[in-house]
Design a protein around this ligand. Structure first.
Ligand code: HEC
Length: 151
């Protein structure tokens, strides 16, 4: 019964679980753009905390949030969600799909930088946190330079 409720694969009476892939390309684009917008807000909060000399230990949450998003970022760029593929506007360049390895590496570098930022927040070392925050910003920019259309 539990198997049926959870839809465990391999049981014939399993209720179908709705996979994420049934999201429309438009919904996926909207979700990734919203996540990017929220990461700007998290970055702004951390930059403000540095500027105001606040306790960086309190910045663990936004740092961790950015790192968690970084980890799933490439999954929000499935085939069929590029420019011209849907009716909605996206600024993702075709290179996201033609240079997939490069795109995934940019996301991994970003994730590593954000994870380190979280660790430095926990350590309470404000100078190291501020320096690492600049590194995370650089990771955003270096991916945008290669994979995002300029406005
Ligand atoms: C691995 C690549 C990559 C990284 C790292 C990355 N971005 Fe992006 N970003 C993109 C791509 C590609 C788009 C275009 C998405 C679209 O329009 O569908 C985008 C779009 C955006 C947008 C516009 C969203 C919208 O509403 O259209 C903002 C804002 C943004 N990114 C901020 C950031 C910030 C801040 C960081 C770092 C904290 C970051 N990004 C890191 C690739 C990246």
């Amino acid at each position: 019964m539990v198997a049926a409720i959870l839809g465990v694969a391999g049981t014939s009476d399993a209720a179908p679980v709705t996979p994420v892939s049934t999201l429309s390309p438009e919904q996926i684009i909207a979700a990734r753009q919203a996540s990017f917008d929220m990461s700007v807000m998290a970055m702004a909060e951390m930059k403000m905390a540095v500027k105001d000399g606040l306790d960086v230990k309190k910045q663990f949450y936004p740092a961790k949030t950015v790192a968690r998003w970084a980890r799933v970022l490439p999954t929000m760029f499935p085939a069929g969600t590029g420019q011209g593929a849907t009716s909605v506007e996206t600024h993702a360049l075709a290179d996201v799909w033609t240079d997939r390895a490069g795109f995934e590496k940019a996301a991994r570098d970003y994730e590593a930088a954000a994870n380190k930022l979280g660790e430095l927040a926990q350590s309470g070392d404000s100078a190291a946190f501020a320096a690492q925050l600049a590194e995370v910003s650089k990771a955003c920019d270096s991916c945008h330079d290669r994979f995002k259309l300029k406005y």
